[in-house]
Design a protein around this ligand. Structure first.
Ligand code: NAP
Length: 278
């Protein structure tokens, strides 16, 4: 019988908000479980995964740099994880390791929060990396008319379903998109003043902006969007959403969706407190 013990494997993990998030969900469920952070360098991944599984943990989240590298050590993948080619949640069940990608679901919950309906919409993503694949597959699965990804290197090998364009092509195309999503790390703490696009590009954009970054809560891209009265969301609803769906997988039941907003407030406070202590 697995206990209510969970964790995060990555390298590094000390900055993670997942412990606060999952302890909040456990408290809401009246459970006294634990959520531990496991910092595992790449070469130790297979052995450490065995130890964690043997310790009776029911499930773990997976973060950078293991989201793709973990796949050969799993027995089964959810359809989304298979399509995206990355796993951020593992369920240990009856001797099997089952991999899921709840970034996909978390992004869906973020869009719901923004009341953005992707059907027939044209979407531009910045950065052809791992999170872009989860976001792009969610959008295509939910009826987006077009998902275009801007890359510094549009000639690179990427998943066949997506074509890449270069940044200099953007100014003449931006006005045709309904949604712009930053899937790069540009603007992340501590380089909070960096913007993934020259801000003047946004003068020709009239849609919604989503920045997957949540630290800082207001990124440079977000602030530039707000200056132009655009609807803007940071990545916190996605972070909370992916954790919420991971807990649903581990608990094998639906959780109360009202906890999403409450969890966001708790993480916002934790981030604000971390700025004040610096
Ligand atoms: P990743 O796999 O490393 O991909 C990021 C992509 O951004 C790269 O492939 C690269 O694309 C582009 N990029 C990297 N450095 C750049 C630079 N200096 N200038 C311009 N573009 C650059 O990372 P990821 O996992 O997709 O994460 C990206 C961001 O999303 C991070 O900030 C992460 O914290 C955030 N994220 C948030 C959530 C959430 O729950 N809110 C979930 C996942 C990720 P090209 O080489 O194609 O230009």
């Amino acid at each position: 019988m697995k206990t209510d013990c969970f964790g995060l494997i990555g390298h590094p993990v000390s900055h993670s908000l997942s412990g606060i998030l999952h302890r909040f969900f456990l408290t809401k469920m009246n459970k006294s479980g634990t959520y531990n952070l496991f910092s595992i360098p790449p070469q130790k991944l297979p052995d450490e995964l065995k130890h964690i599984e043997a310790s009776g943990v029911r499930g773990v989240n997976v973060t950078i740099p293991h989201k793709q590298a973990i796949i050969p050590f799993l027995d089964q993948l959810s359809p989304q994880a298979k399509k995206i080619g990355a796993v951020n949640t593992i369920l240990f069940e009856e001797g099997k390791r089952i991999g899921y990608n709840t970034d996909y679901d978390g992004f869906g919950l973020l869009l719901q929060k923004c009341s953005f309906e992707p059907q027939k919409k044209k979407v531009l993503l910045l950065g052809a990396g791992g999170s872009a694949l989860a976001v792009a597959h969610y959008l295509l699965d939910h009826g987006a008319a077009e998902v275009q990804i801007a890359s510094r290197n549009p000639g690179k090998k990427y998943q066949d379903s997506f074509s890449l364009i270069s940044y200099p092509e953007l100014p003449k195309k931006l006005s045709s998109y309904d949604l712009l999503i930053n899937c790069t790390p540009i603007g992340m703490h501590p380089k909070c003043d960096e913007c993934p696009l020259p801000p003047s590009y946004l003068d020709a954009f009239y849609g919604t902006i989503v920045d997957l970054i949540y630290n800082p809560l207001r990124t440079s891209l977000g602030r530039e969007g707000e200056k132009r009265s655009l609807q803007v969301s940071n990545g916190l609803p996605m972070l909370v959403g992916q954790g919420f769906v991971a807990q649903e997988i581990w608990q094998k039941k639906s959780l109360n969706p009202e906890w999403l907003t409450e969890a966001e407030h708790i993480l916002e406070k934790a981030l604000e407190a971390s700025y004040e202590s610096k």
